[in-house]
Design a protein around this ligand. Sequence first.
Ligand SMILES: CC(C)(COP(=O)(O)OP(=O)(O)OC[C@H]1O[C@@H](n2cnc3c(N)ncnc32)[C@H](O)[C@@H]1OP(=O)(O)O)[C@@H](O)C(=O)NCCC(=O)NCCS
Length: 166
Amino acid sequence: MPRALFEPITARNAFVFKTVRLRALQDAPYAFSATYAKESQFPDAEWARRAERWNGETGVGFLAVDGDNACGIVEAFLDANATRAQLVSMWTAPTHRRRGVGRLLVNEVLRWACLRGASSLLLMVTSNNEPAMRFYEKLGFGRTGRTGPYPHDTGVLEYEMSRAVS
Ligand SMILES: CC(C)(COP(=O)(O)OP(=O)(O)OC[C@H]1O[C@@H](n2cnc3c(N)ncnc32)[C@H](O)[C@@H]1OP(=O)(O)O)[C@@H](O)C(=O)NCCC(=O)NCCS
């Protein structure tokens, strides 16, 4: 397989963005607070609006692409005071896992967060998502101790993880 590349989410690839995001929500509902049932009802104008929101100022999104095939996604946004960035929507297609796609996308978010002057990158991961926790640990994230509720299952928590932006 050729090495996956990445491209920023923009209004030009909003339809691919929509397709990948909906695939992620269908494939890994346990990993996200958002749901396929809700987002699959969004009109195309909403996807275009979201794509424009990731314009690199206070938010950014990247797609991983393998030839014509989009195989991963990540999004991130700055907190109000811009010292911290939040990573969300992380997903690699099952066909492309364990090939460095996730690492590639997180590294792009780190590069962006550094350029925007953020000092730390945070995320929330569900307590039943061991593979994702191992992945984030490998990339230098650690649990902060903060937790939150997971809206779809009272038996599951969301764990906050963070790492320095360097
Ligand atoms: C978690 C996820 C994004 C990882 O993506 P990926 O592209 O497979 O990750 P990479 O190939 O870049 O992995 C980098 C390193 O992380 C670690 N890692 C990745 N997946 C792992 C797993 N399932 N178990 C243990 N370690 C893992 C490995 O050390 C890996 O390096 P190696 O393959 O050389 O050993 C992917 O499994 C996924 O999309 N899962 C479903 C959605 C999800 O859980 N998203 C997270 C929401 S918080």
